[in-house]
Design a protein around this ligand. Structure first.
Ligand SMILES: [Fe+2]
Length: 263
């Protein structure tokens, strides 16, 4: 069945500032990954999936086989996109590492998700200086096959571009961090992992679900007012009433409301 998505092959137009995110892309060049690097992916995957099984929101688990992420080795982005794009219009694009916030949000606005074109080494499975392809693909991409998240991520991108341009980058980043990256959510009354930072981290997935750590009900106001840690486990986690609740709240947010949240 043919579906139309709001995706363009040109930089965004209209009121949003034009940010040419394409200057940050590199070819994935999948053949450059060594056998050892594919083995790192497989080790991480084999360790993470059994733990997440009963502890992560259902669309994440459904997305893995739907996108062929259960096949051995680091995914080839062309093949991954062949499965992902017909579902929700999202495509993965390859980048050398972290991209500036304005380019990152501009990619999301165009339903493009940046994938770091490297993987951690076998002797530091639990340490990351910046997101690698295991975090970016395994953590984020299964959820991009789920339409409510696909819409939410694009909405965050559109708002993020405006937010960064108007000095509200920290506020939108906090909302993103406390949901998309390190959020928890209720599903059928149970506490589940929602965020990609948790989904892709063996240690912090355990910590967020099982440790004696503060967990607060997610509200836009509280999440916007709460700083986050990028160098250590979070000191507290926000729990959305449901994945759909968080997605709808964030998708409906506009720049005026974001300004009010920033105070
Ligand atoms: Fe991430």
């Amino acid at each position: 069945m043919f579906r139309e998505f709001e995706v363009t092959d040109h930089p965004p137009t209209g009121t949003r500032p034009a940010v040419d995110w394409r200057v940050h892309l590199v070819p994935q060049d999948w053949d450059h990954f060594s056998g050892d690097e594919h083995s790192v992916w497989e080790t991480l995957f084999a360790r993470q999936v059994p733990y997440l099984g009963s502890r992560i929101v259902t669309p994440f688990l459904e997305g893995i086989p739907m996108l062929g992420l259960d096949q051995p080795g680091i995914p080839n982005l062309d093949r991954l996109n062949d499965r992902l794009e017909p579902l929700t219009g999202w495509r993965c694009v390859s980048v050398p590492g972290l991209v500036p916030d304005d380019a990152f949000f501009a990619m999301l606005a165009d339903r493009r998700f940046p994938i770091g074109n490297f993987i951690r080494s076998a002797d530091s499975l639990d340490y990351l200086e910046e997101p690698d392809c295991f975090h970016d693909i395994f953590g984020h991409v299964p959820m991009l096959a789920h339409e409510p998240i696909a819409r939410l991520m694009q909405a965050m991108g559109r708002l993020g571009v405006d937010a960064v341009a108007t000095g509200l980058g920290e506020t939108i980043s906090r909302l993103y961090w406390h949901t998309v990256e390190f959020g928890l959510a209720r599903e059928g009354g149970e506490l589940k992992i929602l965020g990609a930072g948790l989904a892709s981290s063996f240690g912090e997935a355990h910590f967020a679900i099982e440790a004696d750590v503060q967990r607060l009900r997610f509200t836009l106001k509280d999440a916007a007012a709460t700083a986050y840690r990028s160098d250590a486990f979070q000191p507290l986690y926000f729990v959305s009433d449901s994945l759909e609740y968080a997605a709808a709240e964030l998708e409906a947010l506009d720049l005026t409301q974001l300004k009010a949240l920033a105070g």
